[in-house]
Each structure stands twice: as C-alpha cells, then as structure tokens.
Design a protein. Sequence first.
Lengths: 135, 103
Amino acid sequence: MALGLRLEDVKSHLEKAIRARSKRKVVQEFVKWLFGNVLTSENVAEAFQLKLDLTEVLRVNCHLDSPVIQPLAKLAFRLYWREIEDVVCNVDRVHSLLLKVFPEHSSIFSSKDGVEYLNVQCQKLYDYLYSYTWS
Amino acid sequence: MDELTYIFISALANAVCMGVALYIGFRKGVERAVDLVLDRLQQRYMENEKMREFTGSAVELFRNLNELVRSGEVKSLIADVSVLVRQLSTPPRKRTVKTMSSE
C-alpha cells in the first residue's frame, strides 16, 4: 500500500519532533497529520480487509531503512518512546481511536477478525519498533 | 540534516561537553592559562582591526564561560545533558501489549 509519503516530508517531520519543546503539541500534531493527510478511510478499510502487514507499510512508506532517515527516526523514537508505547501497547486505545476517526468502518474494526487483526498488528509493530529503536 | 552533518554535530557536541567537563575539572589551572593566552592574543592582534574584533569576541566568550562555571550553571547543564544521554542510550524494559478480547 503506497501512502505517498516523500522522504523529504518524513525527514522534516522527524526534525521538527526532535527540536520541539512541547512533546504534547508534537503528539497532537502528529495524530492530526496522520489521520488528516496520510491515512484515508479507504486505505484503512483496505488494510483490514486484505490483512496488510502494517509494520511493512510503515517501514516502506516512512523510508525507515534509508540512511538519511534512520538516525533521525531512532533519535525521535527514543525521545518519544513513552508516548509510542502508550499507544502501540494498548490495542483498546488504537481501536477507540480508529472508531473515533473512521466511524463508518465500525463494523470492520469491531468484528472478530478485525479485533484479531488489530491485536496481531499492534504486537508486531511494537516488536519491530522496539528492535529498530533500541538496537 | 544529512547523516554526515548529524554525525559531525554529535561529535562536536561530545567534544564541547568533554571540553567543558575538563574545564571544570582543571578550572584553576585552565583559568590562569586562558588569561595568559588571551593577554598574549590581545597584545598580538591589537594592530589589526578585524583580528582585534575577533579576539575581543573570543575573550568575551571565555570570560562568559568562566562566569557560567563560577555560577554553577554549566554544572547543572552538564547534569541535564547526562540525564538525557542516559535516558536515550538505555533501552527500557519491553512492555507487554495489552490485547483486546475478540468475543
């Protein structure tokens, strides 16, 4: 799934997050940007229906393997690690957030398959982010 | 900021921190040495206007640094930096992901 994120945009967002003084403001802006510009109703529904690997989607679209992005991303993730964990480690929270932003897909998100998919994806994403950030 | 710049800035920041730490450690001796060097610099470059300006700024910088060290502000800055470095370099314990019941 291509989200159309340019390397330059990812880089500038990471730099902004590293330089920012208020963590809270950065997190709010990030959530706003993620749900306003990156994730659309269609691609979220597509991810659930096709059971896409969200870790892979994140890795490819955010250019996390790029030598330009890697040092910045590691530093930003370390700075915001508590905030990242608070969301990724709490599937209930991710589920509520998705329901709030995309209420039209509540039946997909709350189905047995949807919940199982979300559980697996959060676990995978957390494992990936932990080893990416701290190794 | 490309990777090279990032590495360069990290190395520079490390060098500055080490320099300041050494400066605190050997303050008395360094203070005297800095004074002597600055005096010499001022005498030597007094004739050249540009160099006089530059030397003046350098002297001002060292004197300010000296003041900072005396007031203890640099110590608290270094303490803050070391706390941040420790936080960023120590991996936290891995958490358990709280899953949701699918029933």
